[in-house]
Design a binder for this molecule. Structure first.
Ligand code: SF4
Length: 55
């Protein structure tokens, strides 16, 4: 995965993710999957980036 690929369609500030672009607040993946860990999501904090990979 090319960490210099700034996907300007996916802004992200999770710098602890292995897929985060180096040197900018973007994801380096071409696409991500967003999901939820809640039965009935009602707020931003109910959603998760399921493409997250720990460093
Ligand atoms: S995979 Fe998700 S958490 Fe990781 S950098 Fe991309 S958008 Fe952010």
């Amino acid at each position: 995965m090319d960490k210099t690929n700034f996907n300007h369609s996916i802004k992200c500030s999770v710098t602890k993710c292995s897929n985060h672009a180096e040197g900018g607040d973007y994801c380096a993946l071409s696409q991500i999957k967003v999901g939820t860990h809640e039965m009935n999501p009602k707020d931003i904090k109910c959603t998760d980036c399921e493409s997250f990979v720990t460093r």
